[in-house]
Ligand binder design. Sequence first.
Ligand code: PGA
Length: 287
Amino acid sequence: MTQHKDVAEPGYEIKLNRENIAELFAHPKIIVGAWKAYLGLADARNLAGNIADWRTASTREKSFELVLAPSLPLIPIVLEAVRNTDIRISSQDVDSISEYGAHTGRIPPRLLSEMGCQYTLLGHSEMRAIESQESIQEKTFTALTSSELQLILCVGETAQEKSAGRTIQTLREQLESALDGITANHATDRLHIAYEPVWAISTENPVEPPRPDDITPIHEEIRNILTDRFGAQTAQTVRILYGGSVNQSNILDYLDSDMIDGVLVGSASAKPGFLDMLDIVERHMQK
Ligand code: PGA
């Protein structure tokens, strides 16, 4: 595998910290509703329609970016439902083939871009359970080099890795592996990292999710890893999200943290209560 340390920009010496990070980032916070495989056709159409109506009815200036990640076959229906809004659509995964051709059953990322998808998730722990790091690396490379998709790369440690004190090492390995071959040019303005501790995902034994203060040092480490790899200028353009048991009662705590650029909401985003959650955030951010 090629080493790409050479793409870092050594002359660039901004030290990112809690004080300067908020002002360095022009990006709004982002909320990703990742529906996993919770919804069938009728429920997906309804929920997407209701979210689109909610977003349109809000006359206030939009205070956060909103992305929905439905199952692959639902994408055209959800795209249609949100057509006249600024809601963006994400795939939950992409394929590693870059070209159209004789690839039965495969889906080149560029097809998703052409259809109107603007994002894709990759490396979600539920996918990591059934695929290798090499596969995630190939998909990451294909998505960033052959399509216009924005990438949300999910990383996170298991309960065992956490209790063995291997959290940062695990994140470093996952990031280094997935980003192998990716240059600063590919990553700038297109790479997002979702820190999702596997033990905090609601479908695992639900436990108390980490508090923003627990997440801050981990997000700092992630940004340091990105800075080492791509240089500070590119690392600044990467939004680092938190995901794992985000719900109505804790979402504001995460979004209020300067070190958390957004949240990835799983099960709670596939229920009608997601609208209440969005409402809570919008009211709070407009204060
Ligand atoms: P959860 O899922 O919000 O249901 O915990 C998060 C995720 O799996 O990304």
